[in-house]
Design a binder for this molecule. Sequence first.
Ligand code: DX5
Ligand code: ZN
Length: 227
Amino acid sequence: MKKYIVAPSVLSANYLILKEELTAIKASGAQWIHFDVMNGDFVPNLTFGPKILTDITNYSDLFLDCHLMVKIKNDSVENYLTPFIKAGASSVTFHYEALTPSQLTEFLTLRVKLKLKIGLAVKPSTQVDVLIPYLNSLDLVLIMTVEPGFGGQAFIATAASKIKTLRNYLDQNKMQTLIEVDGGINAETAKTCKQYGVDVLVAGSYLFGHTDLKTRVRELMISDESK
Ligand code: DX5
Ligand code: ZN
């Protein structure tokens, strides 16, 4: 029976009680923590950077999945990532739409050079086919099912169908790249993503601020046939 990776997105956490939120995530059995980096450029919102990431990794031993919704200016990708790597990022995912062709080429080399887990994300309007040439060099593909920038938005079902396309391609080519979905995930929308063949479910507003976080994480983690 397939067990899904659940990645609570700390974008929806209450930062006044972040330690308790991280303790609750760990106790729920979630395997990853999703960390959304925004700088007001690629998306119209601002979040956090390496300092808060350091505080989180000093406290939590969970896999730290960094989703970078930024453009890189006047810097190499490696230099840009160095503070995040020092802060304990376990994986870094950039948006395909945000990187120039030369930045994308450099990013792909960092997987081996820095022994880093890397991913590429696509916005709802970007076809997943654009990533096919790079799949061999990626640990994960992040399918956005909302417009990146904010938690609490409604799931875009048409964007989720890209999971199925990608699952078929990966299976046919015997590739191990993980498929991650992010945006509007709850018990219902997770079912659809599981049917399509997702591996990792990111969820923010569905998990934080609810007393039954553990039950919700467990529900996302198990396959629907096992009930
Ligand atoms: C949005 C972020 C998401 C966000 C998801 O751009 O990438 O990770 O936290 O939040 P929910 O689960 O509330 O849609
Ligand atoms: Zn995210």
